[in-house]
Design a protein around this ligand. Structure first.
Ligand code: PDD
Length: 282
């Protein structure tokens, strides 16, 4: 029987929601998704740092030391014998009578985490997929990984209904990111991606790719680009935990260049895979 983490206890997995949990009623909480490869969580510290940041931004005080939380998550992965997949974790502000303001007196945050086995989509990573464009109707703090994901849900549903892998979001003609991933484009040998400000989630995969590109002397400009720039790009790809890097070959009815995965995208994919290999071989 699969286990889950509830506060700091590993228990039998169950799906019971307190109706007055603020995550349930207001989406008042934060979350992370951490990839697991060969039984090892990938970039766990980076994810936990981002969780801490999200908590601060919504004035939620995490009731534990990160080291303890980290060990609990590692124990969960071990207990569930997870080899390939993800850890999903969320922290809600807590349980209290339904008033919009924070509960007074204060309540304890509710932390839950579980694992899900998931095969790697290596085929999609190599062959690429199509995307749709849709307006970015989210709030102005997309840098916080909050549980409020309704605009993302609607965008992804649009993608699925068009047999696309993702919905790329634009705000006033500027490409921000996608429903559950970051967006990069390549033009004349340079990579472009939206700067890490309040309009996007600063993806851990995104950060790692930028770091590796710097080390490889591949130029990355973190600057906004338009939908037209993207449609005229040489290459486009999206990045996220576990789906890693997916080349985008077509957006709505527009083919990107020749409509095949680009050389730089594949080079970065290879680099990313070697990072994963480094993790799993240590
Ligand atoms: N989503 N942008 C958004 C809006 C996201 O939801 C995600 C990840 C990313 C990529 O972040 P990272 O590289 O840290 O996974 C960017 C996760 C996977 C999800 O919600 O399931």
């Amino acid at each position: 029987m699969a286990k889950m983490l509830f506060h700091d206890q590993i228990i039998e997995r169950e799906s019971r929601v307190n109706i007055e949990d603020r995550a349930y009623q207001f989406g008042d909480g934060i979350y992370e998704v951490i990839g697991v490869y060969d039984g090892k969580p990938f970039m766990m510290d980076e994810h936990l740092d981002r969780l801490k940041r999200s908590a601060n931004e919504i004035q939620l005080k995490l009731p534990y030391q990160m080291d303890d939380f980290r060990s609990n998550l590692e124990e969960l992965v071990e207990n569930n014998e997870l080899y390939e997949g993800i850890i999903y974790l969320q922290v809600s502000r807590g349980v209290g009578p339904r008033w919009h303001e924070f509960p007074d007196p204060d309540v304890s945050p509710v932390t839950v985490a579980y694992t899900r086995a998931e095969e790697r989509k290596t085929d999609l990573e190599e062959k690429g997929g199509v995307a749709v464009l849709t307006e970015d109707i989210r709030w102005l703090r997309c840098d916080i990984k909050t549980l409020n994901l309704l605009p993302n849900v609607l965008a992804k549903q649009k993608a699925v209904e068009h047999n696309a892998v993702e919905a790329i979001l634009h705000r006033d003609g500027i490409v921000t990111e996608a429903s559950a991933s970051n967006v990069f484009m390549v033009k004349d040998g340079t990579l472009y991606t939206h700067p890490a400000n309040n309009y996007i989630l600063n993806g851990i995969t995104r950060q790692k790719i930028i770091e590796r590109c710097d080390a490889l002397d591949m130029k990355v400009n973190e600057e906004p680009f338009t939908v037209d720039d993207m449609l005229a790009a040489d290459e486009v790809f999206i990045t996220a935990t576990k789906s890693d890097i997916i080349p985008i070959l077509q957006i709505d009815n527009h083919k990107i260049a020749a409509g095949v995965p680009g050389a730089m995208t594949l080079r970065i994919l290879e680099e990313f895979r070697s990072l994963i290999r480094e993790l799993t071989e240590t």
